[in-house]
Design a protein around this ligand. Sequence first.
Ligand code: 5CA
Ligand code: ZN
Length: 413
Amino acid sequence: MRAWQAPSVPEVPGNGPRPVVHDTAVGKPVDPTRGDDRAALYVCGITPYDATHLGHAATYLAFDTLGRAWRDAGFDVEYAQNTTDVDDPLLERAARDGVDWQDLAASQIDLFRRDMEALRILPPDDYVAVTDEVERIAEAIAFLQETGYAYSVPTPDSEGDDLYFDVNRPTESWALGDESRLDRETMLTLSAERGGDPDRAGKRDPLDPLLWRAARAGEPSWETEVGPGRPGWHIECSVIAGDRLGLPITVQGGGSDLVFPHHEMSAGHAAALAHQPLANAYVHTGMIAYQGEKISKSLGNLVTVRGLLDDGADPRAIRLALLSHRYSDDWEWFDGELASATRRLATWDAWASGGAGHADDADDVVARLRARVADDLDTPGAVAAVDTAVAGGTRSTPALVDVVDALLGIRIG
Ligand code: 5CA
Ligand code: ZN
């Protein structure tokens, strides 16, 4: 599927350091490339049933920053992202609004592309719709049946059977390491909140996730080797990441609401399919709140990128406001943030278009920016480094303006 238009990224002389990022599995920063010169990134994409909100934007911006830091350090980056263009929340929204689910998905994917373009987010090399991969996913599920990882559960409202993954059948690896493993109670709660069905009768373990949903009347379905139906959520990301990037990938990314069950189950599926870990590292962004609650399509407390742009926001200011927070923190958006980012940007613009100041420490500022971003994507530190340069009378050399663009994605001047 078509992604979106790539922003231009200037070449900056020299290279930044190899980035480290916080790996949820081990609870500390790591170099996920493990000495390799290729970096393969998979980021879980949107479920396209509503407009891109600031939480989505912040998540994709964090992985855009990782991509920029890798490129600046000289890596070849391969990036794949899915879009969950068939799933319960999308079908429910389409039914509620009396629209065709495919039209709804297509229109929201289109909006998402425009928002990503406006924010100058690097596009994935491979942007993959789940509906284009159903046969491949079914093939993988058939393999899991043959190898004893998938089993059927009686499904009275369908002619076929739903298929589930047996979490107790040993696999080589999961996403969460020993230190980060959750207790069973927490897993059951999160599973119920995040698309799982621990109370479904007939499962071997309440935590077993759905691999395949057999066709139901009025629901979209595909004819495949595991019968008519549609894929479960976690298997889609395991199969797409493995097919497009090869396992193990360097980083599996998404918001912290995907740590469990989504990334844990995706990793279990990948291990059962390929005897490989899904990823070298699992990187998660914090949740952004608005008016005291996590921004969410289902809660309705949305601040959308489109809404801010329509109100006249400079997309660079939205970017700068988001970059002023640490990607891994949970934080709350306040209405004044855009105004304060807009003021900061005006100062930076004036500085970049003036030629005054001393140029002797400009290289140090370039190095400082690179070091901050490579240190677990410390964009607030990078923003502070630019502020210090502006306030301290450093001249805005072309390399300095370019490194702000290359790493922070903001063209000033
Ligand atoms: N389609 C699945 C992933 S395969 C999905 O979670 N879609 S989503 O549209 O619900 O979310 C898209 C991305 O935005 C995910 O990485 C999710 O973790 C992230 N996200 C959702 N809400 C927030 C929020 N409030 N703050 C930060 N990130 C968020
Ligand atoms: Zn995913």
